[in-house]
Ligand binder design. Structure first.
Ligand SMILES: NC(=O)c1ccc[n+]([C@@H]2O[C@H](COP(=O)([O-])OP(=O)(O)OC[C@H]3O[C@@H](n4cnc5c(N)ncnc54)[C@H](O)[C@@H]3O)[C@@H](O)[C@H]2O)c1
Length: 437
């Protein structure tokens, strides 16, 4: 079968840049280096471990995704980033306390060599943090230019053929989209005039997109989720995606809710609470920063359950999400869900989930997949919002006028069908007799 999409081969080195070198980013970097040394497996990464069915079921073609389509090889990945602290990736990973010290010591040489570039940072947007390793400039536009200079230098020093950027920095305070975000022109004026509604994450995103570097928005920050940056991403032929990695509780929610809905079971309450003690938890302890997270987490159930179409089942749904900072748990988050459901003749039942998860262990493979798939998107000449990557997001960024798809199974089908399309294979719709579904 001919490949109708012209995908450039993944030759040369891929630089993966992360604003933020905290728990998630260092777990991702150390993990990837460990995996390529044969010290572990990329569990949780669809790009590395997943298979994809091609053609009819009778054809029995189920290759690994990475054998089916040209993806960057882990051996070709190089890592860099920015942080407000000067700690190397080794020191930051030790501080984060996610991976075993023995493993980190085995990787000490490589991890100590990755030093953060000074960050674009403003305490106004993350009140709980104080860092000294930060850039200074008269305007936000000059800060963006400094980031672009960093990127050029990194690319040259590391001999990279291509780059991607994945935001792994802290969650910023909640900001609504407004006039300054409504066009590239307004945003650029705002950058020159130091507009207050342009947080650091938007400055990095602007710099990346302007350089044609794919950008993924790992936090619930507004960042690239604005008309201005979508417009810029089309102008500069750059793929973007976001927002907020779908890891612990929301992952569970988007796995469970579609199943309950499919069986026409009613839900009238879903209470979710978490305790976590990492730096992310500390940042989210501030109400303005938590607001960003809350908004990102709350949309999920409404979209999946569609109470307006199924009032008998979901019209009274009460959905609440809480995050509590609890230092003794560190990165090992505990997420509780109490779900009040009802069945035949309205008889009530309850489901309780107690998910003893590891936040960064769940997030690291997502960072890897996003970097690998956004690089693929770029080589396939795709630009703008990559909705086929909704699978990875708590709050998928979507084109204006559309609603996000939260059902993880639908998201996964869309991801696989996009890969089939890019690989020149027929899409699988489960409709045609052709496919013997
Ligand atoms: N771990 C998960 O499961 C998960 C899920 C979804 C989203 N997230 C988001 O991912 C982000 C990273 O999470 P984490 O656990 O690694 O947090 P973390 O606090 O360990 O790391 C964030 C790092 O970003 C740095 N930072 C803050 N502002 C910066 C800036 N402007 N420029 C450069 N660096 C900056 C901080 O100094 C810190 O080192 C957070 O926003 C979090 O909400 C995490």
């Amino acid at each position: 079968m001919t490949n109708e999409v012209n995908v450039q081969p993944a030759s040369g080195r891929l630089g993966i840049l992360t604003p933020g070198l905290g728990a998630v980013a260092t777990t991702f970097i150390a993990g990837t280096i460990a995996i390529r040394k044969g010290l572990g497996k990329p569990i949780g990464s669809y790009s590395q471990m997943g298979t994809i069915r091609l053609g009819k079921r009778t054809e029995n073609r189920n290759p690994l995704v990475k054998d089916f389509i040209s993806l960057a090889n882990l051996d070709d990945c190089v890592f860099g980033g920015w942080d407000i602290y000067e700690d190397t990736v080794y020191d930051a990973a030790v501080n984060a306390g996610v991976l075993d010290r023995n493993l980190l010591d085995d990787l000490k040489e490589e991890l100590s060599a990755i030093k953060p570039m000074p960050a674009v940072f403003d305490k106004h947007y993350v009140k709980k943090l104080d860092g000294t390793h930060v850039k200074t400039a008269a305007t936000k536009m000059e800060l963006a230019e400094q980031v672009m200079e960093d990127i050029k230098r990194f690319k040259q020093e590391n001999n990279c053929a291509r780059l991607v950027m994945v935001w792994c920095g802290s969650t910023e305070i909640y900001i609504r989209e407004s006039e300054v975000h409504s066009s590239v022109e307004n945003l650029e004026n705002g950058l020159r005039e130091n507009h207050a509604d342009i947080p650091p994450s938007m400055i990095y995103a602007y710099a990346a997109i302007k350089m044609g570097i794919p950008y993924a928005n790992g936090a619930p920050n507004l960042s690239c989720d604005t008309k201005a940056l979508v417009e810029l991403s089309k102008q500069y032929n750059t793929p973007i995606a976001g927002k907020d990695f779908k890891t612990g509780q929301t992952l569970m929610k988007t796995i469970l809710a579609p199943g309950l809905k499919a069986r026409a079971l009613g839900i009238n309450g879903w209470f979710s609470t978490n305790i976590l003690g990492n730096r992310d938890g500390e940042v989210l302890d501030d109400p303005d920063n938590f607001k960003s997270k809350e908004v990102s987490k709350l949309g999920v159930l409404e979209q999946i359950l569609e109470p307006e179409k199924h009032p008998d089942l979901y019209k009274d749904l009460y959905h609440k999400v809480r995050i509590n900072y609890y230092p003794p748990h560190g990165d090992n988050k505990e997420g509780w869900d109490n779900i009040d459901i009802f069945g035949w003749l309205n008889y009530p039942m309850q489901i309780k989930i107690d998910f003893l998860c590891r936040d960064s262990i769940l997030a690291a493979p997502i960072v890897l997949d996003l970097a690998i798939f956004l690089d693929l998107a770029s080589r396939a000449n795709l630009s703008g919002i990559q909705e086929w990557l909704s699978f990875y997001w708590k709050s998928p960024q979507i084109a204006e006028g559309l609603y996000p798809q939260h059902d993880i199974f639908k998201q996964f089908e869309k991801l696989k069908n996009t890969l089939r399309h890019l690989g020149g294979e027929q899409l699988i719709t489960h409709l045609g007799l052709d496919y013997y579904e």
